[in-house]
Ligand binder design. Structure first.
Ligand code: TYM
Length: 333
């Protein structure tokens, strides 16, 4: 078993990333022998959108520190940034010969971001899923814990692996299994229960960031869109109330309860009573992460050194797979 996942180092980690992905990463790290899990900062993927160099540079260290603060332990997990392992880019080029334009054209993330024609988008945005496939296949990952929005990219990685193995008559790449968080596959915006909580939402009030102060968390929860009804006994009765459903889901994952337990606890109460309880809970869970992050950011050199050490381990695991892929396609290397 090999577990692998990545996150783009673009700005702050938010509650959606944490509950949808990072929490699962930490659980998988804690449940498996040391060395099973690899987690990385997808700094190369960040280049698919316009970047300010100084920001990407700073964000990479900050995101690494955030992962450490959330509980990723470099003694048990391999933590690194993609750019320090050149095999990601090299394998991506090889897999680009296997992936088909039609497959990439059908990616919903590409369609959403590219708009009508995609003419003004970067080439990297279009080939983004090929690099993501390389990330996964390079380590022969078997399990990939992600939020729901990454499911299609992982299905593509499976298609690429299958076609590569078949075309070149090898059994090089095992098919990676996406592990979509059951509890929090899609945490929605606090301002709109039909849009996913996202770093790219212009409204900061739409998300809780892991760096937010206790007061900011409390005020964002207070201002979160909800409705005037009381909470029902059954969670399933929230199906038509997107915002209420999202807030109950967030409460449940933070509390380690099922959403049904939460509605049962708050049945008959309105958001005037529910929101303060949610704010207190969010502060109790996120406050210690933020405090650890603040301490880690006082010693960025140590975070950078941890990433370099992780990259050395990742390079060692990646090298034989890249070599086997090069040999499979007939390259002299
Ligand atoms: P990224 O950086 O957008 O998000 C990191 C992880 O957070 C999850 N996520 C969410 N989960 C639930 N609710 C939300 N509102 C929410 N928002 C984000 C994402 O699903 C993801 O798991 N392309 C990837 C990074 C990547 C990668 C990989 C992942 C690059 N290579 C290889 C897995 C394997 C991305 O941009 O994630």
């Amino acid at each position: 078993m090999r577990v692998l996942s990545g996150i783009q180092p673009t700005g702050n980690l938010h509650l959606g990333n944490y509950l949808g992905a990072i929490k699962q990463w930490v659980q998988m790290q804690d449940a498996n022998p040391a060395g099973t899990c690899l987690f990385f900062l997808a700094d190369l993927h960040a280049l698919s959108q316009p970047v300010v160099a100084a920001e990407l540079h700073a964000n990479t260290i900050e995101m690494a520190a955030t992962l450490l603060a959330c509980g990723i332990d470099p003694a048990r997990s391999v933590l690194f940034n993609q750019a320090r392992v050149p095999a990601h880019s090299e394998l991506a080029w090889l897999l680009g010969g296997t992936a088909r334009m039609g497959w990439l054209n059908r990616m919903t993330q590409w369609k959403d971001k590219a708009g009508k024609s995609g003419e003004t988008q970067s080439v990297d945005l279009f080939t983004y899923p090929v690099l993501q496939a390389a990330d996964v296949l390079l380590y022969k990952a078997t399990h990939v814990p992600v939020g729901h929005d990454q499911k299609q990219h992982l299905e593509l990685a499976r298609d690429i692996a299958t076609k590569f193995n078949t075309d070149f008559g090898v059994e090089l790449f095992p098919l990676p299994e996406p592990l979509i968080s059951k509890e929090a596959p899609r945490i929605m915006s606090l301002r709109d229960g039909t849009a996913k909580m996202s770093k790219s939402d212009p409204s900061d009030a739409s998300r809780i960031n892991l760096v937010d102060s206790d007061d900011t968390i409390a005020s964002k929860v207070k201002k979160a869109k909800s409705d005037a009804d009381v909470l029902p006994e059954a969670f399933t009765d929230l199906e038509q109330r997107a915002e209420a459903k999202n807030l109950v889901t967030i409460y449940a994952v933070l509390a380690g309860k099922t959403p049904q337990e939460v509605t049962a606890d708050f049945a008959g109460k309105g958001f005037g009573a529910f929101k303060p309880a949610l704010a207190d809970l969010a502060i109790a869970v996120l406050g210690p992460i933020r405090d650890r992050l603040t301490a880690l950011l006082d010693d960025k050199a140590a975070v950078s050194a941890a990433l370099a050490e992780g990259a050395a381990k990742a390079n060692a695991i990646a090298a034989p797979t890249l070599r086997a892929a090069q040999a499979a396609v007939g390259l002299h290397v």
